[in-house]
Design a protein around this ligand. Structure first.
Ligand code: ADP
Ligand code: ZN
Length: 766
């Protein structure tokens, strides 16, 4: 977690180290270039002893003596070549760690580019690109199975068994296959107790073997889905894509298709095309849409699909990785880091919902999967498809400039209309002014939909019960002692919780500041919304989906299956339900509060509001019953909200780009944000100021087009006891990062009181 960007420029300590780009003179000595998982700019040179020469290859890890004390460090070998022994003798590699290279030459090129682009160490990128499980060679998972011991079958005295044990015996006797504990317990309707006691009696046997089954939730969902004839728009788009695949050149395509226009269908056909050439595709989706629903669609139409998401165990991830590397997989579907999947012969990369911020990693290396995918597609000479109903303005500007190709799916499939969106001005609503979440108009609409057997989705982006506890005496709201964040009341647990660091306290009767006993609860979270919905519509089933309610593995999936089966009428929740869900029976979507994003101190606030309303609206009107959207707002004239209600992306983009151009914000500039952090406020401020001054002096005259903001306290000025100050550089997008990046790295020095984080093209400005 320590992201201190400490550059060890001190070459005396780094034995053989040379500058990143320089080469040793050509000669007879075998030399390995090695990088480490540290924020280092340099590569290090080591001599390769004769006995290791055979086994060493770039892409493998090596153990080497490092630093003055020659402590053992593991690094990645990124190149091997022959050179003269330099004046200062090179140290030697002590061991080659891996039997097979962990990454290919192309992947080395890509990761090197990421290090330069995001101003971090090459070794840090490699460390993050290769799953831990792969580095450790995590073994496959073993599970315990039970079966009848055939030799003793006739010795078992059934009459002496308990009822539960009999049941276990019966189930297992009639099963051809051995069963796991879970399966057996479920089928026999008992706990694990009777199973274990049967085994202890010797009546049944247990043994361990590798679990080679697919994950349960994957397997149970391979059902055939219809193979549609594409409609005219889809055909046109596919034809263009196929043309580009055939040309074997790199091209980035922005596929703008409204929600439900059949983009996924086009992806699947494009992947089939690529597979016909014996190549593989990578599909990146936001983690949140890696639902069984999505995976099922790919599995039912393609022969071999590998899935990479964050819930895989180490051994599962390792198995998927190996399957991909062996070339047996047609398509890899995964979140951000799947952009590094070790495909043998990559033919295409697709990024669905390209506007999603989760494609940016928020720890070092802070790469954006979209930029990495673009670079990888360039290196591999293959197309990159970016799909979205609401593209980012960066992507949109690229097609305006004709850097990328625009393809459009303007209509929903089967001539379904986009749902009408009603903006509900709740400034004077009689329910809302009394503290309710659901205003009068939305309440009537819900009642109406329910009476016509429709299902309903209610969206509210605030988990917990009430987001603020406010002291009526001193006027302060209760804050986390470690963060500049108000505490959220979680009624179910009886605690006030910090959503940043998880601090919680049940001491909420009196104000922490002044001791007054008149604490008031302000605002509404999903838990309170749930209570209100249950009270108002008691005869209907309601389900809440947010990260609190969905902690258990598989709960997400079970909840959605419940909703699909229509016994749940109202689904309410956070972002979790805003994206990707496709339920034809949903006839009403309500956005409880569309304004919260608008007030964020971020130049993308409008864009995010537009995207959110468009995405949420996309969840309805997908069946024959039609659907409507009600958006509660206190800003009914705001352009982002108005254009979203009219499904008018083009006008929104035009409007917003004018502002961006005026303010020199992206896409008309790029941003580098530097956050200084330290536990002492004054020292952190001083560190921010001295570093910023040095940086400004270094780059000011060289890049006169730079706009520099700060240093200033970050919008969240304290997190986990660390004070935060930030500096933002806005620079023209055509300025190459190279020289600017070098100067930034050279000017910034971590001190003992504060370190810093460099974020290139940040998506989170808090
Ligand atoms: P998007 O990804 O643009 O939101 P999807 O690909 O999910 O759209 O398509 C929306 C729905 O329409 C899905 O249920 C899909 O199975 C269906 N669909 C897609 N293409 C066709 C088609 N050509 N004919 C009929 N139904 C289609
Ligand atoms: Zn906190």
């Amino acid at each position: 977690m320590s992201t201190s960007q400490k550059r060890l420029f001190d070459f005396s300590e780094s034995d053989s180290s040379k500058d990143f780009f320089s080469e040793l003179e050509e000669g007879d000595l075998c030399v390995a270039e090695v990088v480490f998982n540290k924020p280092l700019v340099s590569v290090y040179h080591y001599a390769v002893p004769d006995e290791l020469r055979e086994s060493l290859q770039s892409g493998k890890r090596v153990a080497v003596p490092f630093g003055k004390g020659n402590r053992r460090e593991i690094g990645f070998c990124v190149a091997v070549h022959y050179a003269m022994q330099p004046k200062q003798r090179l140290k030697s590699i002590s061991e080659v760690v891996d039997r097979q290279p962990l990454v290919s030459e192309k992947m080395l090129t890509l990761t090197r580019w990421i290090a330069d682009e995001y101003l971090c160490g090459w070794g840090q990128v490699l460390e993050s690109a290769i799953p831990r499980a792969v580095k450790q060679g995590a073994g496959q998972k073993q599970r315990t199975y039970f079966r009848i011991d055939e030799a003793k079958r006739n010795n078992v005295q059934i009459g002496k068994l308990s009822a539960k044990q009999k049941q276990v015996w019966k189930v297992l006797s009639s099963s051809k296959e051995p069963m796991t504990l879970e399966e057996l317990a479920e089928r026999a309707g008992c706990s694990s107790g009777p199973i274990h006691s049967l085994r202890n009696k010797g009546a049944i046997q247990s043994f361990r073997k590798v679990d080679d089954s697919d994950r349960e939730d994957d397997r149970s969902f391979v059902i055939e889905l219809p193979d549609y004839a594409l409609n005219e728009d889809q055909e046109k788009v596919l034809k263009k894509i196929v043309g580009i695949v055939e040309s074997q050149k790199h091209k980035t395509i922005l596929l703008r298709g409204v929600t439900g226009s059949g983009k996924t269908e086009v992806y699947i056909r494009a992947i089939q095309e690529v597979a016909n050439y014996g190549k593989q595709a990578i599909v990146l989706v936001p983690e949140i849409s890696l639902t069984p629903q999505t995976i099922r669609r790919f599995r039912s139409r393609l022969d071999s699909v590998a899935v990479l998401h964050s819930h895989l165990s180490d051994s599962e991830r390792h198995a998927e990785w190996r399957k991909i590397a062996s070339g047996l997989v047609q398509v890899v579907v995964g979140a951000r880091s799947a952009v590094f999947a070790p495909t043998k012969n990559l033919g295409m990369i697709i990024i669905d919902e390209e506007h999603e911020t989760s494609f940016k990693q928020d720890t070092t290396p802070r790469y954006h999967a979209k930029q990495v995918a673009r670079k990888r597609a360039e290196i591999e000479n293959i197309p990159l498809i970016l799909g979205s109903a609401t593209p980012t303005l960066e992507s949109w500007q690229r097609v305006q400039n004709r850097d990328d190709l625009l393809l459009t799916l303007p209509n929903r499939v089967n001539n379904l209309p986009l749902p009408p969106v009603v903006l509900v001005d709740v400034r004077n609503d009689q329910y809302i002014s009394k503290g309710a979440a659901i205003g009068r108009i939305l309440a009537t609409a819900i009642r109406n939909s329910l009476e016509h057997d429709g299902q309903i989705i209610l969206f509210l982006n605030m988990r917990g019960f009430t987001p603020a506890l406010w002291c009526s005496a001193c006027g302060k709201s209760m804050k986390c002692p470690s963060c500049d964040i108000t505490l959220t009341w979680h009624k179910d647990r009886g605690v006030a919780l910090c959503h940043v660091c998880n601090f919680h306290t049940d001491a909420v009767r009196a104000c922490l500041e002044c001791g007054h006993k008149g604490i008031r609860h302000l605002g509404i979270g999903t838990q309170k919304l749930e209570q209100e919905v249950r009270a108002r519509f008691p005869e209907y089933q309601c389900l809440r989906m947010d990260s609190d309610a969905m902690k258990k593995r598989g709960s997400h999936h079970r909840a959605l299956e419940g909703f699909r089966k229509v016994n749940i009428s109202i689904l309410l929740g956070t972002q979790m339900i805003a994206k990707g869900l496709d339920f034809p029976n949903v006839t009403l979507v309500g956005v409880i509060n569309s304004d919260w994003l608008l007030n964020q101190p971020d130049f993308r606030a409008s864009e995010r509001t537009f995207q959110l309303i468009a995405q949420v609206a996309g969840r309805t009107g997908r069946g024959t019953k039609g659907g409507r959207v009600f958006v509660q707002t206190m800003n009914p004239t705001d352009p982002a909200i108005r254009f979203a209600a009219e499904h008018d992306f083009l006008s929104f983009a035009k409007h917003e780009l004018i502002h961006r151009r005026e303010n020199r914000s992206p896409p008309f500039s790029r941003v580098i944000r530097i956050v200084f952090r330290g536990e002492n406020e004054a020292a952190t401020r001083t560190a921010a100021e001295t570093n910023s001054t040095r940086l400004k002096e270094s780059i000011g005259s060289m890049f006169p087009d730079l706009k520099i903001l700060g240093p200033a306290p970050a919008p969240i000025s304290r997190v986990k006891k660390f004070y935060r100050f930030h500096l933002q550089l806005y620079f023209p997008p055509d300025v190459p990062l190279g020289e600017l990046g070098n100067r930034i790295r050279e000017s910034l020095q971590p001190g003992k009181d504060a370190d810093f984080v460099i974020d290139v093209d940040p998506v989170d400005l808090r």
